[in-house]
Design a protein around this ligand. Structure first.
Ligand SMILES: NC(=O)c1ccc[n+]([C@@H]2O[C@H](COP(=O)([O-])OP(=O)(O)OC[C@H]3O[C@@H](n4cnc5c(N)ncnc54)[C@H](O)[C@@H]3O)[C@@H](O)[C@H]2O)c1
Ligand SMILES: [Zn+2]
Length: 343
């Protein structure tokens, strides 16, 4: 088992435990004698019925459309009905939707109660559960309302990924590649030698991949918890991914990130900021990991969606350039320049 710690002001560091079987630590990590509630979704409640049997459960709806303030209110109401006081403790057992909501509920219920996560999707293990951002969507806009607050612990049990649909697993790999490009060239090389089936079969290798990805994010979050600077690096491929997701429902988030990373890579070559061969190398790896690298949405449609998405942020945009494998750079660019580079 590997442990990564993220410092928290005035409190013990947030502990991230990674490995096959990590979920067995849950009973040790939750504070003894306090009323415990596990927040989860119907897929997980069914797949892990036995594991979750000893716990009181609050089950929320599936999908992004349930990541809302009304779901937050549903959980608050269930907690009140169960007589939960300030001593209660929440565990979010699920993917990024469950962990984002649980963190927000725990930060607001009675002005804040203790909480931890069992991250069950690859995306939640390497991204959503790490870094202390919790929140919900409002009026169709993603993550508009939320808080920064780190959980006491995150359990990343790679054995739980066996029940995750393959498409979700592969989509999570796009975030792994993203982090490798941002800050771990060796992780990139490991992935270049590995196929999806091998990752699923070899839990030691998968744990290593998850741990390295978490380390990249943990390093960045430690340096810039509230996204004033380097944390923006984590948006590599995401500006375009959000535009792709706005224009079409064909791709899930990770797939859009894969396409967005290659597109911004090509723009980086045109801007003269990328080493030669970098985009080809990133594209080859993403394809090897069964991810898409092209989309059929016209560029003008994408850039229009991008402007709409960034409404209110002026005429320019923060672009993350993949300059080399393991090295990225942030540049503020006028929209018009980015439009030209994307053509
Ligand atoms: N807080 C952050 O910093 C941060 C970062 C990245 C993403 N996010 C958020 O994460 C969310 C997406 O997370 P996600 O992709 O995990 O989505 P999700 O929570 O919807 O999970 C995806 C699907 O997989 C199922 N699932 C999850 N784990 C499973 C398992 N072990 N076995 C069987 N089924 C399983 C879920 O029930 C769901 O149907 C988005 O809302 C996004 O905004 C947050
Ligand atoms: Zn993402």
């Amino acid at each position: 088992m590997k442990t990564i710690e993220i410092p928290r002001e005035g409190r013990t560091p947030s502990q991230i435990l990674i490995g096959a079987g990590a979920v067995a630590e849950l009973s040790e990590l939750v504070p003894a004698g306090r009323p415990l509630f596990v927040v989860t979704d119907p897929h997980l409640a069914e797949a892990y019925a036995e594991l979750l049997a000893p716990y009181r459960k609050i089950i929320i709806g599936l999908g992004e459309e349930h990541k809302t303030l009304s779901t937050v209110e549903q959980i608050h109401t269930e907690l009140i009905a169960a007589g939960a006081d300030r001593c209660c403790y929440l565990v979010g057992f699920g993917g990024g939707i469950v962990t984002d909501i649980t963190g927000f509920v725990a930060s607001t219920y009675m002005r804040g109660v203790g909480f931890g996560f069992v991250a069950t999707s690859l995306l939640a293990q390497v991204d959503a559960s790490v870094g202390g951002k919790n929140g919900v969507n409002v009026g169709g806009y993603k993550n508009m309302v939320g808080v920064f607050n780190q959980p006491d612990f995150v359990l990343c049990d790679v054995a739980l990924l066996d029940t995750l649909p393959r498409r979700e697993f592969v989509a999570g790999l796009a975030e792994v590649v993203k982090s490798a490009v941002i800050g771990d060239a060796e992780l990139f090389e490991i992935l270049e030698r590995t196929a999806v089936d091998e990752l699923l079969a070899n839990k030691e290798l998968l744990s290593e991949v998850v741990a390295r990805t978490v380390s990249v994010k943990a390093r960045i979050v430690e340096a810039d918890e509230r996204e004033g600077g380097v944390r923006r690096l984590l948006n590599l491929g995401h500006t375009l991914a959000h535009a792709i997701e706005k224009c079409s429902r064909k791709w899930v988030h990770g797939e859009a990130v894969a396409i967005g990373t290659v597109m911004i890579g090509r723009a980086a070559v045109r801007a003269g900021v990328a080493e030669s061969g970098v985009v080809e190398r990133i594209g080859r790896l993403l394809e090897r990991l069964e991810l898409p690298t092209e989309c059929d949405i016209p560029t003008e449609q994408l850039t229009a969606a991008l402007r709409k998405d960034k409404k209110g942020s002026g005429d320019s945009i923060h672009v993350v350039w993949p300059c080399g494998v393991g090295s990225c750079r942030i540049q503020t660019l006028p929209f018009t320049e980015l439009d030209e580079l994307l053509k």
